[in-house]
Design a protein around this ligand. Structure first.
Ligand SMILES: [Zn+2]
Length: 309
């Protein structure tokens, strides 16, 4: 594996494969992308951390799908963090936000420094949904499952066991590990994809290969997953060099919201007549994008009825 030709280190999806067991994997590394999304809001640390994990999980899962559009991960629950949304477009544009209750957050005991944010403590009971939206005139795919697991990686693994019958292992990490305490996130996913035409090795070896790869994957520490000094190739080589790991071309990821003045204006104009009537009375209507915190202002008189008698 050409370790030296590894120029891009951050904000990427690095697909890899472990031969001959046909194990497919992805390593996701987020630096400025996740720091930008989390810094756009004044989130308390535990909220930023669990949103960061949701974002890296969304990127890890989106990389496993063939789609042309938007992949969305959403949790809805009864805990202090009652809603999380993270979405990823095919082009690699990522965004996300969380809704939380500050008073209830203060009652949550602080997480161990090296542990993933706690799903039961922060998110509570509820569900996690995965949606693929490929635009108008296409069928929307949605998978939904109860939140079961100590952390988001376990919840996603539970989902795969339940609904997709896919064997997959996921590991996530988020921390202020960058320059000046910037947020960083890392994720690893390994899945079993039986090759067309069957395996070239005997079944017992395939089982052994899968188990060994899972053990090696779980040996990656949370610090390694977010270490800015450890390149993606070097990390994969460190974990899987004995297994014959092969890397493929990386996909870039960036923080980019899809909101715009036209888009928000269109949404406002689609409101019921009574609401539009109310808005017309205001001199200024301001709308803030929940994802990126950008504020848009409209003049109330812009919402005059289109056809007046
Ligand atoms: Zn926005």
């Amino acid at each position: 594996m050409p370790i030296e030709s590894d120029p891009r280190r951050d904000d990427l999806v690095q697909p890899f494969q472990i031969d001959p067991f046909a194990l497919r994997g992805r390593l996701v590394r987020l630096g400025p992308t996740v720091d930008r999304i989390l810094s756009q809001h004044d989130y308390p640390e535990p909220v930023a951390a669990i949103l960061g994990e949701a974002i890296v999980l969304a990127v890890v899962l989106a990389g496993a799908l063939k789609y042309d559009g938007i992949f969305t991960l959403q949790t809805k629950s009864d805990g202090p963090v009652r809603l999380i949304v993270a979405d990823v477009t095919t082009e690699g544009a990522v965004r996300g936000y969380a809704q939380y209750d500050r008073d209830r957050l203060d009652e949550v005991p602080p997480a161990r420094a090296d542990a993933s944010p706690s799903v039961p403590g922060l998110i509570g009971k509820g569900y996690i949904a995965f949606t693929v939206d490929q635009g108008e005139h296409t069928e929307r795919y949605q998978g939904i499952v109860e939140l079961t697991g100590a952390n988001l990686a376990e919840c996603a693994q539970h989902y795969f066991r339940q609904s997709e019958q896919i064997q997959a292992g996921i590991k996530l990490s988020v921390a202020r590990a960058g320059h000046d305490g910037a947020w960083r996130a890392g994720g690893l996913m390994l899945q079993r994809v039986p090759p067309e035409g069957g395996y070239t090795v005997i079944a017992d070896d395939v089982e052994d290969g899968w188990r060994r790869a899972m053990v090696l994957m779980s040996s990656a520490t949370p610090a390694e997953l977010v270490d800015p000094a450890l390149s993606p190739h070097r990390l994969l080589f460190r974990l899987f060099h004995d297994e014959g790991v092969r890397v493929f071309a990386t996909h870039p990821i960036e923080a980019r919201c899809r909101c715009s003045s036209e888009r928000i204006g269109r949404i406002l104009r689609s409101f019921p007549e009574d609401d539009i009537e109310e808005m017309r009375k205001d001199e200024v209507i301001s709308v803030t994008c929940e994802f990126c915190n950008t504020r848009y202002e409209f003049a109330g008189h812009d919402f005059a009825p289109l056809a007046s008698a």
